[in-house]
Structure formats: C-alpha cells, structure tokens
Design a protein around this ligand. Structure first.
Ligand code: SF4
Ligand code: SF4
Length: 141
C-alpha cells in the first residue's frame, strides 16, 4: 500500500489532532520510545530510563538547537501513518497495524486509520489530493 504524501487529507486530519499521543500509547505495535538521563550532582550516580513515547507528541522530533523536524500536527500524524502502513511494509513486507482500532477508540478527535485511509483513497480516486499548501517536511518513512 502506498500513501499520498502531498495530500490535503493530512492537513484536514492533522488540524483535528491535539497531539496528545494517546493513539500510540494504546497501540499494541507502536514502539517509539524516549530516553531520560539524570545525573547526580556529585557525579557518583546516574540513571538512564527508557519510556514509551509517541511520534505525535510535539517534541518527538526536537533536537539540539531547539529545532523541531516535525513542528506541525499534520506532519506528525502523516509520519505515524507512514511508519505503520508504508515504512514497515517496505522493511518487513507487512503492515505494522493489526487493525484493532484501539487508537481510534482512544482518540478524542475521532481520528482512526480506517477513516483516514478511506479519505486518502477517496480523495485520490477523485483526483483532488494534491494541495499546494501542504508542507512535506518530516521525512516520513
Ligand atoms: S488500529 Fe493499528 S495503529 Fe491503531 S492501535 Fe491498532 S494496531 Fe495501532
Ligand atoms: S491522532 Fe488522536 S489520539 Fe493521536 S495524538 Fe492526535 S488527537 Fe491524540
């Protein structure tokens, strides 16, 4: 399956996204994580903790220098869908999504994979998917 990169559909659903990260937190296959390091001021002890994180959260793609590679919700939403439905397929020949819709149930904005992908397919079928206003930064995989 391929997904349209330059589509107005991403803006439409991204505008509804509140960047809460709930979709990834309940997803049985999402595995993005963050790492927090804390060092004691005496430098005799330190901890490094890995925790579940979401690529929909605002600072997921933040790096040094206060730069954010995916500053807008629709870009982060697109990235998550690309990882689930395209990048993983290319790498492992199967979708990362098992179709459980746990993300759809958890999402207070009503965003779910079936609705988004149906919208992409329908918009593509009508031939109205490309939007000059759409930015495509974020390096979806
Ligand atoms: S429908 Fe797919 S993306 Fe959503 S929670 Fe289930 S496996 Fe994850
Ligand atoms: S898609 Fe829904 S659950 Fe996921 S970050 Fe956006 S608002 Fe939250």
């Amino acid at each position: 399956m391929d997904l349209e990169v330059e589509s107005e559909v991403w803006n439409k659903w991204g505008d509804m996204c509140m960047s809460c990260g709930s979709c990834a937190m309940v997803c049985p296959t999402c595995y993005c994580y963050g790492i927090e390091e804390n060092a004691d001021l005496s430098f005799t002890q330190a901890t490094k903790q890995r925790f579940l994180y979401s690529c929909n959260l605002v600072d997921f793609a933040s790096v040094a220098g206060d730069h954010n590679f995916r500053p807008e919700p629709h870009i982060r939403l697109k990235y998550r869908y690309y990882h689930q439905f395209r990048g993983f397929v290319e790498a492992f020949n199967q979708s990362l999504c098992v179709g459980c819709n746990r993300c759809g149930v958890a999402c207070l904005a009503g965003i779910n994979p079936k609705a988004v992908i149906d919208d992409l397919n329908e918009t593509e079928r009508r031939g109205t998917s490309r939007s000059p206003a759409t930015t495509s930064t974020g390096n979806p995989s």
